[in-house]
Design a protein around this ligand. Structure first.
Ligand code: MOS
Length: 732
């Protein structure tokens, strides 16, 4: 099904099942420990040996020699595989550095060997006996130093862009010079780690030349084809499965070393191998969100009208990498006739930078939304009013393109009312609650809407049950549930008559989970398959597909009504289709919006910040399941607090590694850090995005939170910190 005209009325609009706060259908499986995660497929691979990864202990250079003798003689060792043993490996589309390094070393903790043994402990002990002699090379580890000579880079979304790496509208410099009120400030965000609960983990089992892999991955199709490329075998020789994922946050968008090493280890050992990457390896072996240096300039008229806005960001990555696209939202969020956005990319020999939840917008909004707060203060305007004044209903760089739905103003106004924003004192440091300095902050939320082709197969069984199969993943987001709701609505059955099977490369290719496109794209693919199944049912039962109503387990038209299950009496009916996207995304600017409100207390004596209240108001099209959507947003708000106050991969600029590479040193919020959180969804349906009329919310919930916290700290203390995370020594 090609989606190329705005959706009219369709069966989803009944909202009998879709739009209801149904409990996650995978919930009981997860809370009872019966949902198998990647490392837990004991039944399918009962005789699995254990793999343990040996990571490089230099950041740049060469392996001179690897001495495996002692490790090989260690108890229980079955096989050790290094690049030399593995033979020629290919390179996946989505990996910058090799997943099995050697002899060249591209970054710290790049995998150089996998040790396979009878037990985990034996594999670990033997890994400690692997002796590697290195020739250490010089690496580039200092972002600020490398950015001084770094070239402009248009980012991956800009291939073929006519405007080149700098995006300009009007005459920024002249307008900025002429503006009566100006801001020119630089903000910094650190390297961040996904720090998901479930580590990267895989079980590999070969049967002859066929490989079965259970892994933890957000994007089955990408991982599947990159594993085939890396191992130099045809895709149809690999079954790539990831039915449950214990968090990904973008770290599991791509094939990583655990999958490749489990496969190579299993080949070497001649039996299945299970491998969970040890936690201290993850920060440096896998990807991270790159640090940014962001300069923002805003020029305004005295009445608060933005006349000039520029956002320039610098970040770094391994050779061949991409910039963190932190300037994206600044092209779209506020009006202003004269604009400039640009990115610079430095080459660094730190571990590979890549997507982490809301790549681009998350760190971009951390900077932009402090800048907006600073500008409002310079103008003597309320920051809510300043944002409203500069709202735009068209793409400011292409005014002929309207936003499909843009309810930022309603989010801000509704949030301000609910949060009691009018009680805020605009002068910092004036509100006190005992020893706590109290402050309130606001930020807009913005994240673009993306959509990927997504397919599904739907079966109507003889028992009347509907089974959905798609390689879509559920990374804790609720995919199982919203897909079941979609199929239930379309086929007119209760949600408990729907079985959803996900995360398997033998199912039709879906959008996968990333970029908050998963919910909208995957359910639209299921919608398309259900339309096809409805046609098959109608034909079987002698109905005209356009007149037939599917409801209450029956199909009816006029005064004729037949049980849905009758259509499958002679055998299961199967339908498969996919949703493909026309150019509505070019005709309309499709984005999601919100407003974050935060109240903090800063201890007047110790400088400790406590978040006291949080509210998010979101406008993201139809909300498919308000319960799972709310969970997504409160999780994102929590992540935003982490970004604001705690999270930072500390770079050792001498040796080129992230030194706090475990969950003890890399701090993320715990429940005790997080107060009451409220989430409100505006009633919206965006007919231009899909037949579901729904956009994503999982990343929107993160974008802007950090700045709202920062702005609240400023309001509490009068100290403006432009360098994340806002730890207490920065404002004491
Ligand atoms: Mo998201 S960073 O695209 O999983």
């Amino acid at each position: 099904m090609k989606f190329d005209t705005p959706a009219g009325t369709n069966p989803i609009d009944r909202m009998k099942v879709v739009g209801k706060p149904i409990d996650r259908i995978d919930g009981p499986l997860k809370t009872s420990g019966t949902a198998p995660y990647a490392y837990e497929h004991h039944r399918e691979a009962p005789d699995a040996a254990y793999g343990y990864v040996v990571g490089a202990t230099i950041a740049k250079g060469r392996v001179r020699s690897i001495d495996l003798d002692a490790a090989r003689q260690s108890p229980g060792v079955i096989a050790i595989v290094t690049a030399a043993e593995a033979g020629k490996l290919g390179q996946g589309n989505f990996n910058t550095a090799k997943l099995l390094g050697g002899p060249d070393v591209d970054h710290y903790h790049q995998a150089l060997a996998v040790v396979v043994a009878e037990t985990f402990e034996q594999a670990r002990a033997a890994a400690g006996l692997v002796r590697i002699d290195y020739a250490r090379g010089d690496g580039r580890f200092d972002l600020d130093k490398e950015l001084k000579t770094a070239p402009l880079h248009g980012g991956n979304s800009d291939e073929g862009s006519e405007s080149g790496p700098e995006h300009r509208t009007g005459k920024f410099e002249a307008a900025f010079d002429a503006a009566p009120v100006k801001l020119d400030a630089t903000y910094t965000t650190p390297d961040q780690s996904h720090a998901m609960m479930e580590p990267f983990a895989s079980i590999a089992a070969w049967k002859g030349d066929e490989l079965q892999l259970w892994t933890s991955n957000q994007m089955i199709a990408w991982g599947h084809s990159d594993l085939a490329k890396t191992l130099n075998i045809p895709k149809d020789k690999i079954r790539f499965m990831s039915p449950y994922v214990g968090g990904g946050f973008g770290g599991k968008l791509f094939l990583r070393a655990d999958a490749v090493l489990a496969a190579l280890g299993a080949k070497g050992a001649g039996r299945p191998v299970k491998l969970a990457m040890q936690r201290p390896l993850i920060a440096n072996n896998t990807t991270h969100r790159p640090a940014t240096r962001q300069r923002i300039r805003i020029g305004c008229e005295a009445d608060g009208t933005i006349t000039a806005i520029a956002h320039e960001s610098g970040s770094g990555d391994l050779p061949g990498g991409e910039p963190e696209t932190a300037v994206n939202q600044t092209e779209l969020l506020y009006a202003g006739a004269n604009r400039l956005t640009a990115m610079r990319l430095a080459v660094l020999d730190l571990p590979e930078g890549n997507a982490m939840r809301a790549p681009g917008e998350a760190p971009g909004m951390m900077a932009l939304e402090i800048a907006i707060d600073e500008m409002a203060e310079k103008l003597g305007m309320d920051p809510v009013a300043f944002r409203i004044k500069n709202d735009t209903q068209v793409d400011p760089m292409k005014p002929e393109r309207r936003f499909s739905e843009r309810n930022l103003i309603r989010c801000l106004e509704d949030g301000a009312k609910r949060f009691g924003w009018s009680k805020r004192n605009a002068t910092p440091g004036q509100m006190r609650d005992g020893r706590w300095l109290v402050g309130m902050g606001v930020a807009a939320a913005f994240r673009n809407h993306l959509a990927l082709t997504s397919g599904a197969r739907v079966r109507l069984g003889q028992d009347g049950r509907v089974t959905v199969e798609t390689d879509m993943t559920d990374i804790g987001t609720g995919s199982y549930t919203i897909i079941a709701q979609t199929a239930a609505e379309m086929m007119g059955v209760p949600v408990d008559r729907v079985v959803v099977k996900l995360g398997d490369s033998s199912f039709p290719r879906s959008a996968g989970s990333g970029g908050q496109f998963g919910a909208g794209s995957a359910t639209s693919g299921v919608y398309a398959a259900c339309v096809t199944l409805r046609e098959a049912v109608a034909q079987k039962l002698g109905f005209n597909a356009t007149d037939a109503v599917f409801d209450d387990g029956k199909v009816r038209a006029g005064n004729r009504s037949v049980a849905l299950a009758d259509a499958a009496r002679e055998g299961e009916l199967v339908a498969e289709d996919k949703i493909e996207w026309g150019d509505l995304g070019k005709k309309f600017q499709q984005s999601t919006f919100g407003a974050h409100f935060v109240e903090v207390g800063v201890d007047a004596f110790t400088g400790v910040t406590r978040v006291r209240r949080m509210l998010a108001v979101c406008a993201a099209g139809r909300i498919l399941n308000p319960k799972s959507a709310r969970s997504q947003v409160i999780g994102a708000m929590t992540m935003g607090v982490g970004g604001a106050l705690m999270e930072e991969l500390a770079v050792d600029k001498r040796f080129g590694l992230f030194i706090n590479h475990d969950l003890a040193g890399y701090e993320v919020p715990v429940h005790a850090d997080i107060p009451h959180q409220e989430v409100v969804f505006l009633d919206e349906a965006d007919a231009t995005v899909s037949p579901m009329k729904a956009k994503g919310i999982g990343e929107l919930g993160l974008c802007g939170v950090g700045a709202a916290v920062a702005n609240a700290i400023y309001n509490a203390t009068g100290v403006r910190v432009r360098d994340y995370p806002i730890t207490l020594e920065k404002h004491l």
